[in-house]
Design a protein around this ligand. Structure first.
Ligand code: MG
Ligand code: MG
Ligand code: MG
Length: 305
């Protein structure tokens, strides 16, 4: 029986590339694994797959009775609905400890670094397995994406080291320029609907029983959103109602200015105001220096619930 390897719902580049890179490694180690995904690749991920000549992993949303490895998440709110009936044999992740439970011992590779693919790179090194050129290129892009070209406060020396080594294997000299090219692709938000944009990089969290959904869009110039704010708020309100959520946040992150415009739809705006020590104006606030949801948003918001 094969083991399925997949990342979180609304997959990002780290989740998709991580499923492929970890599957490659595990197969080399003699474990029969199949990379899967829980949703459609976003435009950035599609660009990476195309650039390095890979197919997206197969879409699979039900895992009852299957053996699974999780990569890039360990929260039930980002897992398949039937995850409780799957057998989690391992987790490779760089997020906070989630709420998933297992009934048997499992393999855990969890480190506070900027990207799951940094950990996968370290696993390749640990097992002495060579990384193929094109796979290295994709893993490099995943690190550049998750660390926002090393600008995110989540980025560690281990990420820059892994990224540089992968760039060398991939034969990419100016990896920062490639990262910038990727973020320009990511900044093309005008062709998408506001609903798609809110959900493009969206994560749900259970905060002491309240459901909180947080989306993030990382662009090179925030002015692309100037004419879209009202539509984005409408789409956020719809998500809040449909998902019976207490709060929906959208972070519009400007990777050049290194900060985020926070859009809020909540049953209680004061929780958000207290969390970030701001006064919301028109349900918005500029959060200077804030680029990371996992490090600069969740740890401050969660204690308010
Ligand atoms: Mg991710
Ligand atoms: Mg990640
Ligand atoms: Mg991210």
């Amino acid at each position: 029986m094969a083991t399925y390897i997949f990342g979180h719902t609304t997959p990002d580049s780290d989740s998709i590339v991580g499923a492929l890179s970890l599957t490659y490694l595990k197969n080399k180690l003699g474990e029969k694994c199949i990379a899967t995904r829980q949703g459609e690749p976003n435009p950035e991920t599609a660009w990476i797959l195309e650039k390095f000549g890979f197919e997206a992993p197969m879409l699979k949303t039900e895992y009852a009775g299957e053996d699974v490895y999780l990569i890039d998440f360990m929260e039930s709110s980002q897992a398949p609905k039937d995850i409780a009936d799957a057998n989690i044999v391992g987790i490779v992740d760089h997020h906070k400890l989630g709420d998933l439970k297992t009934t048997t011992p499992l393999e855990m590779w969890v480190r506070p670094v900027g990207c799951s693919n940094t950990i996968v790179k370290q696993m390749f090194d640990y097992f002495g397995i060579e990384i193929p050129k094109d796979l290295a290129g994709m893993m490099m892009c995943a690190i550049l994406s998750d660390t926002v070209i090393f600008k995110s406060p989540t980025c560690t020396k281990e990420d820059t080291k892994a990224c540089k080594e992968l760039a060398k294997i991939a034969g990419v000299e100016d990896y920062k320029a490639l990262g910038m090219e990727m973020f320009i692709v990511k900044s093309d938000v005008l062709s998408a609907s506001s609903k798609e944009l809110v959900l493009r990089d969206f994560k749900d969290f259970n905060m002491s029983g309240s459901s909180v959904g947080i989306g993030q869009l990382e662009v090179v110039d925030l002015s692309v959103f100037d004419t879209m704010k009202e539509d984005l708020f409408t789409a956020m309100k719809a998500q809040k109602e449909e998902g019976n959520r207490h709060t929906v946040l959208l972070l519009l992150t400007d990777i050049m200015q290194e900060g985020s415009q926070l859009l809020v739809v909540s049953d209680d705006n004061s929780k958000v105001e207290k969390a970030f020590d701001v006064t919301l104006e028109d349900n918005q606030a500029w959060l200077k220096g804030v680029m990371s949801r996992k490090k600069q948003i969740i740890p401050f918001l969660e204690p308010q619930f």
